[in-house]
Design a protein around this ligand. Structure first.
Ligand SMILES: Nc1ncnc2c1ncn2[C@@H]1O[C@H](COP(=O)(O)OP(=O)(O)O)[C@@H](O)[C@H]1O
Ligand SMILES: [Mg+2]
Length: 370
């Protein structure tokens, strides 16, 4: 019998809501249907603004919370219509929501994801699991990354060590050792697409640098790259996680100003592309020396320039797309959140303490009943 879950993901890129319907009854998750809903420009602007402290933010957050909840519910309905099934057949929705703050290393650690699950459960009539990160934080973890447990469940093999790289707004890696007694680890490596997107949106038409063509038309400025590489996040030992709180356009503008010398726009784009490739590759070369296969998912897999530089910096390892393992790279994370909802519904933990740094495994999220 089918065991159906829905996963909803909206990452730091703010490029839209990824929604998937997944059947977990076989030994591998079966993606039945996937759908992406773009964020309306107003909501996107409001969500982006909420990443920074400003006047009136509580009311604006509460409003965006409900608005996003409605959009998530609408997305679920579209997904069900596409596959022609009704809500009673779905056991639960796993909804990540939109991160608007992430500060796990503060004196009082906190992380905030919005997209009201009450609204989602009420409007869809499907039990909704949400707020996946905070319990891990209370257990002294980073609350991120959460994908490694899912990667370990389905992509770990005992004849080869593997690395999974997710290149979304931020980039994170999962190290899957071949030896069964070795713990799975993983952490955020820094910016993935977020800075390239921001720079592109400021100076070109469109949302992102398709195929990395603009980056490929420029040249990395070694001195500027070195300045960016000096950021303290890259030197931190894992567990570690990051977000727009740290790597955003203000960060970039500050470094450009400090650099002083004039930089051509396309050279900045090339340098940002190199920074992403370098930070991912350096983390892999340092922490997964024995891994041969590097499996990439997330929107960054479509950035040819970035993939080319990643391959070049990975000392002969093989860079593959998750597509080669029958997992759509654009929907890996959404499938992962459907799986995390299943873990929670089954009363099983979703975090890996060896990844997040939590004291112990915890059942993640809250359950909002249909
Ligand atoms: N064809 C493409 N060429 C270059 N970059 C792409 C392409 N398609 C998607 N991307 C990048 O992927 C990003 C979205 O990736 P995604 O995995 O959805 O990130 P997030 O989890 O942060 O939402 C886009 O903002 C863009 O930077
Ligand atoms: Mg996305």
């Amino acid at each position: 019998m089918a065991e159906l879950y829905i996963g909803l993901m909206s990452g730091t890129s703010l490029d839209g809501i990824d929604a998937v319907l997944v059947d977990f009854s076989a030994d591998k998750p079966q993606l039945l249907v996937a759908h992406n809903t773009p964020l309306p420009a107003d909501l996107r602007k409001n969500l982006l603004a909420l990443n920074r402290p400003a006047a009136g933010e509580i009311a604006r957050m509460a409003q965006a919370d409900v608005e996003l909840g409605r959009l998530l519910a609408q997305t679920v309905k579209q997904l069900l219509a596409l596959h022609n099934i009704d809500n009673t057949q779905v056991r639960a929705i796993g909804s990540h929501g939109q991160t608007i703050r992430h500060n796990p290393d503060a004196d009082v650690p906190y992380t905030v994801q919005i997209g009201d699950p009450n609204t989602v459960a009420e409007l869809t009539g499907i039990t909704t699991v949400a707020d996946f990160r905070r319990r891990d934080l209370v257990a002294a973890g980073q609350g991120a990354p959460l994908m490694p447990a899912f990667h370990a469940a389905y992509l770990r093999v005992n004849d080869a060590s593997r690395v999974i790289v997710n290149i979304g707004g931020m980039a994170n890696i999962t190290l899957l050792p071949s030896h069964p007694n070795k713990a799975v680890t993983g952490f955020d490596t820094g910016p993935g697409n977020v800075l390239m997107d921001g720079w592109y949106q400021r100076h070109q038409k469109g949302r992102y640098d398709k195929g990395g063509k603009w980056a490929a038309s420029g040249k990395t400025d070694p001195a500027f790259l070195q300045r960016m590489q000096g950021d303290k996040f890259f030197k931190l030992a894992p567990p570690k996680s990051t977000g727009r709180d740290h790597f955003d356009m203000r960060w970039l503008d500050r470094l450009i100003k400090r650099h002083g010398k004039r930089l051509q726009r396309k050279h900045v784009q090339a340098s940002l592309c190199e920074l992403s490739a370098w930070s991912i590759a350096t983390a892999i070369n340092e922490y997964a020396a024995d891994a041969h296969d590097v499996i990439v998912c997330g929107g960054g897999v479509h950035n040819t320039a970035l993939m080319f530089r990643l391959q070049a910096l990975l000392n002969g390892r093989q860079v593959l797309s998750s597509e080669d393992f029958a997992i759509d790279p654009d929907y890996m994370e959404a499938i992962g959140f459907a799986w995390l909802a299943k873990q929670t519904m089954d009363g099983k933990p979703g975090n890996l303490p060896s990844v997040t740094g939590a004291r112990h495994p915890v059942v993640l999220g809250g359950i909002y009943s249909a």
